[in-house]
Write a protein that binds this ligand. Sequence first.
Ligand code: FAD
Length: 334
Amino acid sequence: MNFEDYRGIWVFIEIKDGKVAPVSLELLGAGRELADKRKSQLAGLLIGDGVEEYVQTLYEYGADTVYVYDDPLFNHYRTESFMRAVFDCCEKHKPEVLLYGATANGKDLASAVATDLPTGLTADTTILDIEEDTGLLLASRPAFGGNIMATILCKKYRPQMATVRPKVMKALTPQEGRSGELVRETVDLKEDDIRTKVLEIVRETTKKSSIDEADIIVAGGKGLGSKAGFELIHQFAQVIGAAVGGSRDVVEAGWIPHQNQVGQTGLTVTPKIYFAIGISGAIQHIVGMQNSGLIIAINKDPDAPIFQTCHYGIVGDAHEVVPLLIKAFEKALD
Ligand code: FAD
C-alpha cells in the first residue's frame, strides 16, 4: 500500500428528515481543521436519491469537493448499496481519512466498509487530530469504562476510518456562497443485486427525552440523597424552564428514566447552561456534557472532580443552595 496515493479528508454525509444531519456538519468542521493541517482537501461523500440539492450546504460548511451518488437505489439507507458506493469511491479516489457520524446508520456503514476495505476503524471517537507530516490520524476515545482516554492509530493501512460521536465536534459558521467541486459518481449495481428491501418505515412513537434539545439542563446526582430529595431538581428545572438530566447512578437507582441520563452510556448534550448538582464529575459523565456553553456545579465536596470542568462552582449542600436559587429565580422571573 503506497501511502502517497492517499490524500484528503472525507466525511460521509447523512441526510435525515430532509436535512443534512447535524453530525455531518460537525464532522465537516472537524475535517476542515484536519485538512488544513495536512494542506489537503476536505470532501463530503453524499449518497441518496435526489440529494444534489444538499451539495451547496456542504460547500458552505467547509467541503472543497462533494462526491455524489444520486440514484433511486439509494432511496433508503441499506448496508449493501451504501457500502458498495463507499467502497468504490474509496478505491477510485483514495482518501487518507474517512469520518462517519456515530449514528445508527453511520456505525453500521463504517463497520461494513471496514470489513471490505483492508483497513481498520476507530469507533465512537471524541477527539480527533492528525500528524501534519505523516498524516497519521490520532483518534481518541474513552476506554476501560472511561477511566482513560485511548488514542488509536491505524499505522499500516489507508484510509484511516473513525466514527465520531454526535455533538462533540463543532460545525463551522457557514460561509454563504462558498463553492466547490461536484463529482458525480455511479455504481454498477441493480436493485435485484440488493438482498434487503425496505417494505415499510415505522416511526418511533414513544416520547423522546427532551434533554438533547434543551437550552438549559438541570442535572442531579447521587448527592441528592434519595428519589424524594431529587424532587428539588424537578422543582428548580420547572422554575427556570429547564429539562431534567442526571448521572447514571440516579438512573440505576430508579430516580429518573434512562432517556434522561447524560454521559458515556447516556446522551451527549450541549445546552447553553448545564447545572450539575450533587454530581461528582466522573469521566463517564463529563464526556456527555463537557461541551455545554456554561457549566455550573453545586457540590458539598470542594475537591469533587466536577469543579475541574465547571465554569462556576458553588461549594455547599444542594438542599440548602438549590432552594435559595429557586427563590431567587422565582423573584427574578416573576
Ligand atoms: P457519586 O459519584 O456518588 O457523586 C455524588 C456527589 O454528590 C459527590 O461528589 C458528593 O460530594 C456530592 N454530594 C453528596 N451529598 C451532597 C449534598 N447534600 N449536596 C451537594 N453535593 C453532595 N455515569 C454517568 O453519569 N453517565 C454515564 O453515561 C456513565 N456511563 C458509565 C459507563 C461505564 C462503563 C462505567 C464504568 C461507569 C459509567 N458511569 C456513568 C458511572 C460513573 O462512573 C459514576 O459512577 C457516576 O457518574 C457517579 O454518579 P454521581 O455523580 O451521581 O454519584
